[in-house]
Design a protein around this ligand. Structure first.
Ligand code: FAD
Length: 527
């Protein structure tokens, strides 16, 4: 049996694994990334899944977290040299309402404030104040999010916030972190449409309006989109993955595709390498890094070990967030939104008209029911990047939030099947009808369709257990120092030389490359 030896072997070519590999290779480590799928990227892939010439971001579309990340700041020259392209959106996110109104955030503060003022002049002023405060608070918040948890870095970030804002300011920050979206939004604004527009971001994670700890993401996304705009990948989100792979190769690293790791090899209490499907063993002198979900690592890839029983039990209890479905459409034209032609310019149009819609969808999905009216994130990437479709044509990226992994019934009492393969096209019809309601004539523009159920998402990427786009709920008991297991939030594991990074670890889901970069810096010695 052939055996190769590396300094580090990374299991999984998600963007976190690739970011870790790039940094270690840049520091002179000999690294290999092994990926079970035939293409790299994990939850960031672009593929022609409907018709030739229509490029769809299968999963993540919004690359703002990556474009704003410390990893990108460190490696952007190399990434651009290796083909990465970014398209900036000034019309970022919006909400359309059934009464024919809409609200959205343009990168120009005056434009947004003017729109908010049509609903509430007082809220327009409150928005301006929040944006101004964000400029002062952002360095502290991003320092915290960009530090291992806990660490000197995170303590320093809190100390910096205390020095700049005093105890009352740190108290406000703590309150923001603990609040539900509704609590935070009610405390700051009076207009329901503005609150709903912001609260939709909570549903990208698993924060329906009343879940504690859910205020931070709507706040950050709203303020960041206002302040910096939104970033998409030129030609598709895979531009980022292709550039990471090319950068890694230029630094001497290797990427092995279509090679599933079946076993993490150990000697005593130490990880020594990986065994691939087919039996080939790759040895690691210094580190085995799993960019794989902890449940896969400790439930499947390692031999059970009694000395680890308590830790393994905690990993087994790590909860998934609700499932997601993706519907990709090839269109002859963008939807004609009743609420206004201007909506055609936005990267995202959220369809979730009230807090009640979000609460109901979340409660139904959590109880195993297909939501009667799901929350929809409608992405219009070709509004900003026409290169993704043949001339004059468009793609639509529809994320359905939120859905059960296992179906127990239908809140609308229409669909009787309970397995996703039988349900997905039926449920997609409900989603398309909902869009038709906001954009009459939309269905007649559909040229091609591809539906990915929660089960299909897991088939594409085993880290998305039950179609959970977050690789683990982000509720407070699984976030910060609790992600994925209290006492093990700094990427180490009870197995020596075995490290874990990725969306299941701090700072969680999203394409910020945070865990991969922080882990690699720890291993290689910062900076
Ligand atoms: C539908 C959807 C939409 C999203 N939209 C956005 C968005 O717009 N913006 C945003 O910031 N975030 C978004 N996210 C979240 C974001 O995409 C993910 O959190 C992020 O990409 C996770 O990256 P990762 O590197 O941690 O792991 P992953 O991308 O999950 O990669 C892990 C890799 O490990 C591989 N692997 C697992 N086990 C093995 C094994 N045994 N052997 C070999 N390989 C293995 C997997 O095949 C996978 O390729 C979205 C996610 C989904 C699912």
């Amino acid at each position: 049996m052939r055996m190769s030896t590396y300094d580090a072997i990374i299991i999984g070519a998600g963007h976190n694994g690739l970011a870790a590999a790039v940094h270690l290779a840049a520091k002179g480590w000999k690294v290999a990334v092994v990926e079970q799928a035939q293409e790299p990227g994990g939850a960031v892939k672009t593929r022609e899944v409907t018709l030739p010439g229509f490029k769809h971001d299968l999963f993540a579309m919004n690359l703002s977290l990556f474009a704003g990340s410390p990893f990108f700041a460190a490696y952007k020259n190399k990434l651009f040299a290796n083909g990465m392209g970014i398209v900036g959106a000034t019309d970022t996110f919006s909400s359309a309402f059934p009464d024919g109104t809409w609200l959205g955030v343009n990168n120009d503060l005056d434009v947004t404030a003017k729109r908010i003022a049509t609903f509430s002049p007082r809220d327009a002023e409150a928005w301006r104040t929040m944006v101004a405060d964000f400029a002062k608070d952002a360095p502290h918040i991003f320092a915290l999010l960009g530090s291992a948890m806990p660490s000197w870095g995170s303590a320093k970030a809190l100390w910096g916030a205390y020095r700049a804002k005093g105890m009352a300011g740190v108290g406000e920050l703590a309150k923001l972190v603990l609040s539900s979206p509704r609590e935070f939004l009610d405390a700051n604004f009076e207009n329901d449409k503005l609150k709903v527009m912001m609260a939709c971001w909570g549903m990208h994670l698993d924060f329906s309006p009343d879940v504690a700890g859910g205020a931070l993401f709507p706040y950050l996304e709203s303020m960041a989109n206002q302040s910096f705009g939104m970033a998409l990948g030129q030609g598709g989100a895979a531009t980022m993955i292709n550039a990471l792979v090319a950068t890694l190769k230029s630094l001497g690293g290797e990427v092995h595709l279509g090679r599933a790791v079946e076993r993490i090899e150990t000697s005593g209490d130490q990880a020594t390498g990986v065994r691939l499907a087919g039996g080939e063993v790759l040895s690691a002198r210094r580190a085995v890094i799993a960019n794989a979900h902890p449940k896969l690592v400790f439930g499947r890839l390692l031999v059970a070990d009694n000395t680890r029983a308590a830790f393994d039990a905690k990993v087994a209890a790590f909860r998934a967030g609700p499932g997601t479905m993706m519907i990709h459409l090839a269109l002859s034209g963008l939807p004609d939104w009743t609420a206004g032609e201007e909506l055609k310019k936005f990267a995202y149009v959220h369809l979730a008209p009230t807090f009640g819609t979000m609460v109901a969808a979340y409660a139904q999905a959590s109880s195993g029911l297909l939501p009667k009216e799901p929350v929809l994130v409608v992405g219009q990437p070709t509004a900003l990047d026409p290169s993704r479709a043949p001339e004059g044509k468009h793609v639509l990226w529809i994320q359905v939030r939120v859905l059960p992994a296992m179906i127990r019934g239908d809140a609308a009492n229409e669909i009787t099947a309970t397995d996703w393969d039988a349900v997905k096209e039926l449920y997609a019809e409900r989603v398309l009808k909902l869009i038709e309601h906001y954009a009459p004539g939309f269905s007649s523009k559909i040229l091609g369709k591809a539906v990915f159920s929660p089960l299909d998402l897991e088939r594409e990427n085993p880290n998305l257990i039950g179609g959970d786009s977050l690789s683990g709920s982000h509720h407070l008991d699984q976030n910060f120092v609790f992600r994925p297991v209290f006492g093990w939030s700094r990427y180490k594991t009870p197995v020596k030389s075995l490290y874990i990074c990725g969306a299941s670890t701090w700072p969680g889901a999203g394409v910020g490359a945070g865990s991969g970069f922080m882990l690699a810096k720890m291993l290689a010695g910062a900076p």
